[in-house]
Design a protein around this ligand. Sequence first.
Ligand SMILES: Cc1cc2nc3c(=O)[nH]c(=O)nc-3n(C[C@H](O)[C@H](O)[C@H](O)COP(=O)(O)O)c2cc1C
Length: 200
Amino acid sequence: MDNLFQYNLDSDPLECFEQWYQDAKKVEENPEAMVLSTVDIKNRRPHSRFLLYKGMLEKKIIFYTNYQSPKSLEIEANPEVALTFYWHKSKRQVRINGLAEKMSPDDSHKYFQSRDKESQIASIVSDQSRPIENRDLLLQKYNEALVTFKNKAVPCPSQWGGFLVSPFEFEFFIYGEHRLNDRFLFQLVNQQWVIARLQP
Ligand SMILES: Cc1cc2nc3c(=O)[nH]c(=O)nc-3n(C[C@H](O)[C@H](O)[C@H](O)COP(=O)(O)O)c2cc1C
């Protein structure tokens, strides 16, 4: 497809994504911030929130979260998710659709142990997205855990871990002058990436 090279794109969208991410890391303040959208299939309602992109494992996109959180429960019922990156200075957007699955407990635990102690403790004291009467209660739990684990490793809680997203669709978007944006859609069809150029 013409002009793919002009935008540092090649015929493998995972390579394109990696190239764009490396470009973004040079100029953007939060290049790893991405929006994850999931669907609550019972109420037919989408939910979106920012998460941190944590790289790739075997061509799958990694993020970490609480497995009891609303997003995780929605993924359990419907593993089809969307991810969106917006890199303001680069004038680029990437949209990804894929299937999410839980990472192996071993890999989750390994990553958990690489985090700083304060973040580990924040993960063990928070029932993510559940109501709490007041913030002092949370801080008290946090401070008690700091004392408990002062001289010992914090175990990875069973309700915390990674997800891996296997992409089957990518759209690379480049802002154009006069809103004449350029967009490239990659869709996985019979194990092959099919590319189409889209109108703005
Ligand atoms: C820039 C940014 C990065 C975030 N990264 C994460 C993350 O990596 N994991 C996570 O569980 N929550 C992260 N959050 C919090 C989520 O946006 C969200 O509030 C939380 O995960 C609860 O989502 P849920 O109730 O839809 O499950 C981040 C928030 C922001 C603003």
